[in-house]
Design a protein around this ligand. Structure first.
Ligand SMILES: NC(=O)c1ccc[n+]([C@@H]2O[C@H](COP(=O)([O-])OP(=O)(O)OC[C@H]3O[C@@H](n4cnc5c(N)ncnc54)[C@H](O)[C@@H]3O)[C@@H](O)[C@H]2O)c1
Length: 695
């Protein structure tokens, strides 16, 4: 039963009951329609109240049924709404907590709406690249007015019920301490005999000179929505609430909704939505796996990453001790944290109180004895196995039993690190991204011996820190950096063949990346890659690299921090100016290699950078380093600035078509440094079977 029915005096109460948020799945819709019919057939019933059990009135569509035939099966949401609106007895929506999407559309189809304060009211469909498809765009403007409804529908942002108390959306907003059901039943009793029954569809939207306002909205929304078509479609459908008759507006809304469902942009957003939810599920670590309590944390190393990681704990209310080897480094790290919070306060995003609270949660030490009682310690020292060994041997000595020992390493072998301790089951990788207090991604590296409870705890912690946790197995670079390595290699080869940094960056940025590889290198520091390559030259001499980046680093051009990198920089200005010196160096290097420079198309640039990553990702999937293709997409959407409207590299490859991706790879295998293009067996297999990565 996904809606309950009971009669309270002369009022029938239908309670939607489909946890967690009373999504309007097929069974719930059917039970609600049955409830209304039952009430209509009962002469003792004079009015009907619809409400929601538990934590919501209704959160809208049932995401469990998304993309399934059940979503559209009868009774559809439109049928349920028509049944409520067409009822000959008054129907009252009694709203609390959450009333969103289809839930709000159902409420708008009821004759009356009453609510408790604090309820979140929203039509958030735009966030999935859609628009409200069950009358929301036609009914909301009829009760809120054009401007307010348009803002809510275009932004998808929730508004609290008490802020809408004076609008025609609500007939009454009760006191915060009222019992909703008692108050709603009393309300229903009062209006039971009132006729005619008010219907939102019969109201009109009055907005003098609406065309000027709509044109202004189109211009603003167009400028802000980038590649996404949904926001502008929202404006067009809301406009129809003024310019068309109700039934025509509904028809138009339906057409636009179905059109948006088919767009790649909406599919990409829906993919990302589900990818995020599924990422925290690990098949052999069930949801009821016990977790360890994390009440105190420690961070080793107060450098770029250590400071940001410490801020994450503090922001989540977890006290943290930072450990350094030298007082000077510790003071510098603590001062940077303080400055970061001061800047947030200056921007008005942090109150003095909160600022004081946060700083009070951070302390520093030079002594390992002081961190022994922490529940988790995250190591963020230099990327050097020798240094990691010293630190982990020490941690093994001082940390209390049951403490989680985490490493922020970006490339080193976590299993080796774990084996420096006598408790490898307590060791896990927590790979934060820079700036660690801002970036959403947390790659959680599962070592061969990492305990299931440690993994479950780290996944839960990632949520507490407001991160997207994605599990990766152990390999050089894990999911994200192992793929980006192929991207960087191709960027280097492109320079040898005829490109300059600016052309590559522009092509990639036009594709939708926040930043091209060379501007990114200048921001992150080109010396980091140089350092890693030097290790690879020794450990993996079979891998080919362009030497161009090494030549750049030999000039001391590490990027913005040295005032010069692939580009020139001016003091106090982060703008990248093409560098004549670097460009001449690139051209000379091609000549030294005996490569005749050629004109490379933007399409080739994008394909080589993206498909080289996709090919590596296919290996990562096949080796079981990533559990699923959508996890790889999540890594790239949340950690590497991959354009959201393209859904991540794997989703993008699926939309291009795997046979097309494979054909391009085979083509590039015949070109300069063709050895870098050995098609991954999984890609070949899926392409030949007509399948896709994301199934
Ligand atoms: N910088 C990035 O973008 C980034 C991103 C992800 C992961 N990482 C990884 O994070 C780790 C730290 O990188 P970073 O960029 O913060 O380096 P960093 O050089 O900015 O900071 C390292 C800090 O560790 C301290 N330190 C060194 N040895 C120590 C020891 N034995 N005990 C205590 N403190 C010690 C240093 O004094 C320094 O303050 C590395 O493993 C790196 O690969 C870095």
């Amino acid at each position: 039963m996904s809606a309950e029915y009971l009669v309270n005096g002369s009022v029938a109460v239908i309670t939607l009951n489909n946890p967690p948020v009373n999504g309007l799945g097929l069974a719930t819709r059917a039970a609600a329609v049955d409830g209304i019919k039952r009430a209509l057939a009962d002469d003792a019933v004079k009015a009907i109240v619809i409400t929601g059990a538990g934590k919501a009135f209704s959160g809208g569509a049932d995401i469990k049924e998304f993309n399934s035939p059940k979503a559209l099966a009868e009774p559809s949401l439109a049928t349920l709404i028509a049944t409520a609106e067409g009822s000959s007895k008054p129907v009252v929506a009694a709203i609390h907590s959450v009333c969103m999407g289809g839930g709000l559309e159902l409420a708008l189809g009821c004759h009356y709406r009453v609510a408790l304060p604090g309820a979140q009211i929203a039509l958030p469909e735009v966030k999935l690249g859609l628009l409200p498809g069950a009358g929301g765009t036609q009914r909301l403007p009829r009760v809120l007015g054009l401007e307010m409804a348009l803002n809510m529908i275009v932004s998808g942002t929730p508004v609290l019920s008490e802020k809408l108390a004076k609008t025609a959306l609500f007939d009454e907003v009760f006191a915060a301490d009222a019992d909703l059901l008692t108050a709603a039943v009393a309300f229903a009793g009062k209006i039971a005999d009132a006729r005619p029954l008010p219907k939102v569809r019969e109201r009109t939207v009055d907005y003098p000179n609406h065309e000027a306002f709509l044109q202004f909205s189109r211009n603003t929304v167009k400028a802000m929505s980038g590649p996404f078509p949904a926001p502008l479609k929202c404006v067009e459908t809301v406009a129809a609430s003024v310019t068309m008759k109700f039934d025509d507006g509904i028809k138009f809304e339906r057409e636009c909704f179905l059109g948006l469902m088919q767009t790649t942009e909406s599919k990409a957003l829906r993919h990302a939505f589900f990818a995020e939810r599924v990422a925290s599920k690990v098949p052999d670590v069930p949801a009821d796996t016990p977790t360890r309590a994390i009440k105190r944390a420690a961070v080793i190393g107060a450098g770029t990453m250590g400071g940001g990681i410490a801020m994450n704990f503090v922001n989540a209310g977890i006290p943290v001790i930072l450990l350094e080897t030298k007082q000077e480094a510790l003071d510098k790290g603590l001062a940077t944290i303080r400055k970061n919070y001061e800047n947030t306060m200056k921007k008005g995003k942090l109150t003095q109180d909160k600022f004081d609270q946060r700083l009070a949660l951070i302390s520093g030490t030079l002594s390992y004895e002081e961190i022994g009682q922490a529940d988790i310690v995250v190591e963020a020292v230099f990327e050097d196995m020798g240094v990691k060994e010293t630190v982990f041997r020490k941690l093994d000595e001082v940390m209390k039993p049951g403490a989680i020992l985490a490493s922020n390493t970006s490339t080193l072998d976590l299993n080796q690190i774990a084996n420096f301790t006598r408790r490898p089951e307590d060791v896990v990788g927590t790979h934060f991204f820079s700036p660690a207090n801002v970036m959403k991604l947390l790659e959680i590296v599962r070592g061969a011996k990492t305990g299931k409870d440690v993994l479950a705890t780290t996944l839960a912690l990632s949520k507490k820190l407001k991160k997207t946790g994605v599990v990766s197995g152990v390999c050089d670079g894990f999911i994200g950096n192992r793929m980006i390595e192929q991207y960087s290699r191709q960027a280097g080869f492109l320079l040898e063949e005829g490109c300059l940094p600016e052309q590559v960056d522009k092509a990639v940025e036009k594709f939708g990346f926040a930043m091209g590889p060379f501007r990114m290198g200048d921001l992150a520091g080109n010396d980091i890659g140089w350092y890693i390559r030097k290790r690879r030259y020794v450990e993996s001499p079979q891998i080919s690299y362009s030497k161009t980046a090494d030549l750049l680093c030999e000039l001391g051009r590490f990027g913005q921090k040295t005032g010069a990198g692939w580009y020139d920089y001016k003091a106090g200005d982060r703008k990248a100016y093409p560098s004549e010196l670097v460009n001449a160096m690139i051209v000379q290097h091609s000549a030294d290699l005996g490569v005749a420079r050629r004109k490379v198309s933007d399409q080739e640039i994008v394909e080589r950078l993206v498909f080289s990553m996709v090919n590596e990702a296919a290996l990562i999937l096949e080796e079981g380093i990533a559990m699923r293709a959508s996890d790889i997409d999540m890594v790239y959407l949340t950690g590497y600035g991959f354009p959201l409207f393209r859904g991540g590299p794997m989703f993008y490859a699926d939309t291009v078509g795997l046979p097309n991706v494979l054909a391009a790879i085979e083509q590039y295998a015949k070109g300069h440094h063709g050895e870098a293009w050995q098609a991954a067996p999984l890609l070949v297999k899926l392409a030949s079977e007509g399948k896709s990565f994301n199934g």
